[in-house]
Design a protein around this ligand. Structure first.
Ligand code: NDP
Length: 446
């Protein structure tokens, strides 16, 4: 089997040299899907995995805009339309200086499996730009978003490709992007999700990814007769996903002791409570400040340039960015007694870190399963836009819970190995793959 995986990866590597994140994401999927394909030869005959690993379309474009000093700035925009076998392309936009084709292809590839897992009719895509919203005025962010959409609009539509937010793209950016799309196309449609509630957004969408991660962790803990209540939780990130993961942890009685940003992390042994979280939300979403300020305000430790994985915990929720948790971090977590890791970010754990979790037989959920709540509620936002209705908070939240429960069941169904141990990566990959593969076979060689 190892030889088959190596041969497959050699072909992918020759076509995608210099795209390490994309290769990492494909490798992780190949390791669980190739044995499955060998046992189910029809997928081999139709070359499904080879086709899934090739984007249907990659669009790259110039984004010129003028800053507040009257100087012209040039960024690069992208949209990767990965797979539309089971529905229109769906996936977020990321604005961050690190954005490149490799990162967006890895995110779009993961999105195909994730969207399939939700059970909703959504294909996979991802996009963004190397634009850095940090330190920019609202006016500059608006100018950039308008220029970005002036090209992107021709590639998207409510029935073709429906972007949403991701790192650096929150409610402010979605608003500017939506306004420009509406102005150019002259139509008010659900072409973006993550909109504010006043103009077609779904209640619970801002909360969905973070809440969903905690719902998924609860499902995993249940399989071991445990619950999240009373547990100590280490969280990385302090953006959208992290904030609402912490909110849900507080609601279910867990103690969250860390949060971070790209400069460092805070350790608050007393736990982040509702009032402290409100401070973080104001700090990050309104003032756009640094997490270090939390340590000054609440008199706790701040670790400049470090990640929170050395702090003793029961549960770890990596919620910041890809490859933020490597093998030494994984070892430290396991040695300190951490037994449940649920990814809120996409691919935050390296392949080597995941191998350490699997060898230690701890509960580990890949982002494509545990963070699927965000895109699931985006799917519900699309449904509400099409029906021109709005569901209540409780209705959306209960659908989100149900979807996370179903994703967990699918992972257990296809991921059970060695008696009781569940390999959630394998379960998520196989469950996501089957639906897309069957649709691709039915639709012929396209
Ligand atoms: P935000 O932009 O709201 O927050 C990102 C957080 O991660 C910030 O705290 C940021 O710190 C930190 N961060 C970003 N880049 C780095 C880096 N290179 N090193 C260390 N920390 C970093 O993004 P989201 O919360 O929306 O997204 C976080 C993760 O969750 C991403 O992997 C995203 O793909 C994934 N995700 C998001 C979904 C959503 O609905 N938003 C859905 C599913 C997955 P700083 O403030 O310093 O930049």
């Amino acid at each position: 089997m190892d030889i088959l995986i190596k041969e497959f990866m050699a072909k992918i590597e020759s076509r995608n040299a210099h795209e390490p994140e994309f290769l990492q994401a494909v490798q992780e999927v190949a390791e669980s899907i190739i044995p499955f394909i060998e046992a189910n030869p029809k997928y081999k005959k139709h070359k499904i995995l080879e086709r899934i690993a090739e984007p249907e379309r990659v669009i790259s474009f110039r984004v010129p805009w003028m800053n507040d000093a009257g100087e012209i700035e040039i960024n690069r925009g992208y949209r990767v339309q990965m797979n539309s076998a089971i529905g229109p392309y769906k996936g977020g936009l990321r604005f961050h200086p690190s954005v490149n084709q490799s990162i967006l292809k890895f995110l779009a590839f993961e999105q195909v499996f994730k969207n399939s897992l939700t059970g909703l009719p959504m294909g996979g895509g991802k996009g963004g730009s190397d634009f850095d919203p940090k330190g920019k005025s609202d006016n500059e962010v608006m100018k950039f978003c308008q220029s970005f959409m002036t090209e992107l609009y021709r590639h998207i539509h409510a029935d073709i490709d429906i972007p949403a937010g991701d790192i650096g793209v929150g409610a402010r950016e979605i608003g500017f992007l939506f306004g420009q799309y509406k102005r150019i196309q002259g139509e008010f449609t659900g072409v973006l999700t993550g909109k504010a509630a006043e103009y077609g957004g779904s209640l619970i969408r801002p909360e969905a990814t973070g809440y969903g991660v905690v719902y998924f962790a609860e499902e995993m803990l249940k399989t071991r007769g445990e619950s999240i209540s009373g547990k100590t939780v280490v969280v990385s990130g302090s953006g959208n996903v992290a904030q609402y993961a912490v909110e849900k942890c507080i609601q279910v009685g867990a103690k969250v002791v860390t949060m971070s940003d790209s400069s460092g992390f805070i350790h608050d042994p007393a736990g982040i409570d509702t009032a402290k979280l409100a401070y973080i939300m104001e700090l990050k979403n309104v003032r756009r400040g640094r997490i270090e300020e939390y340590a000054k305000k609440y008199g706790c430790d701040y670790f400049e340039g470090e990640k929170p994985w050395k702090i003793k915990c029961d549960i770890a929720l990596p919620n910041a960015t890809q490859n933020e948790l490597d093998a030494p971090d994984a070892l430290l977590l396991v040695q300190n007694g951490c037994f449940c890791i649920a990814e809120g970010a996409n691919m935050p754990c390296t392949l080597e870190a995941v191998r350490i979790f699997d060898a230690a037989r701890v509960l580990y959920a890949p982002g494509k399963a545990s963070n699927a709540g965000g895109v699931a509620v985006s799917g519900l936002e699309m449904s509400q836009n099409s029906l021109r209705i709005s569901w209540t908070r409780d209705e959306v939240d209960s659908r989100l819970r149900q979807i996370m429960h179903q994703i967990h069941e699918a992972c257990v169904r296809n991921g059970r190995v060695d008696g009781d141990f569940v390999d959630y990566t394998r379960g998520a990959n196989i469950s996501g793959f089957i639906k897309v593969a069957e649709a691709m076979i039915a639709q012929g060689i396209v």
